[in-house]
Design a protein around this ligand. Structure first.
Ligand SMILES: C[S@@+](CC[C@H](N)C(=O)[O-])C[C@H]1O[C@@H](n2cnc3c(N)ncnc32)[C@H](O)[C@@H]1O
Length: 216
């Protein structure tokens, strides 16, 4: 199997990323559903975006909330350069680094979002991260995650085992390589609840992708 480092993988793909996602994978509907998850009403909501990339998920959110204040985290500077080029006049603070290392602060955000980024990581890392997201949200804040999921616990187990073997064999930390470990939507919901979220709901499910919404 040809493996690539996570940061190098996204750096190399940055220029073709948007057309791959929108045209080849036809993800317009996905991003439309993502925007609909966030309730209208707040004129200038603060959003934390984990793995913001080139910000495909933001176009409809800016249309719905013109005063949206975005803090986006991404490990790939190439993706962030394109993000700034795409939204030159929007209120975006982009931090280049890993969302596992960066401090999110407490009670700072109305919304948090992650699209197509967290399926590279295992249970322990995600659990800690969801607690950080929970703490970073204000009361009644909304977290939405749209990501690859698998259908059965058996498939999930297979991905987890393969990734553990890969990382143990090469003696490298999890998430170093671009390698997919999709969980079932049910497992994701369990992780959100154990981080403290309530009102955890599947908003939409496709063959290999789910959108899940949770409330602080
Ligand atoms: C498939 S892209 C998704 C980008 C965007 N959210 C979207 O929906 O188009 C995944 C992004 O997650 C970023 N990423 C992967 N691991 C990360 C980490 N540990 N910390 C921050 N960003 C990470 C990658 O650099 C990449 O830009």
């Amino acid at each position: 199997m040809q493996l690539e480092r996570m940061d190098a993988f996204f750096y190399a793909k940055a220029e073709i990323y948007d057309s791959h996602m929108l045209k080849e994978l036809q993800l317009e509907v996905f991003y439309k559903e993502i925007a609909e998850c966030f309730p209208a009403g707040n004129a200038e909501p603060a959003l934390l975006d984990l793995g913001i990339g080139t910000g495909l998920e933001l176009e409809r959110l800016f249309a719905k909330f013109p005063g949206l204040k975005v803090t986006g985290i991404d490990i790939s500077q190439g993706m962030l350069d394109l993000l700034y080029k795409k939204y030159p006049d929007k209120n975006i603070t982009a931090l280049c680094g890993s969302y596992f290392d960066i401090d999110f602060g407490k009670d700072k955000y109305d919304f948090a979002l992650s699209t197509y980024s967290l399926h590279h990581f295992g249970e322990a890392k995600k659990t800690k991260l969801y607690r950080k997201v929970f703490d970073a949200l204000r009361r009644d804040g909304i977290y939405v995650e749209g990501d690859y999921t698998c259908k059965t616990p058996e498939e999930q187990e297979k991905y987890i085992k393969e990734s553990e073997q890969l990382y143990n064999k090469n003696n490298i930390p999890e998430g170093f390589y671009h390698y997919d470990i999709p969980f079932t939507a049910e497992m994701q919901m369990k992780l959100f609840k154990s981080a403290g979220f309530s009102d955890v709901k599947i908003i939409r499910e496709w063959e290999n992708t789910s959108i899940i919404k949770a409330r602080k």
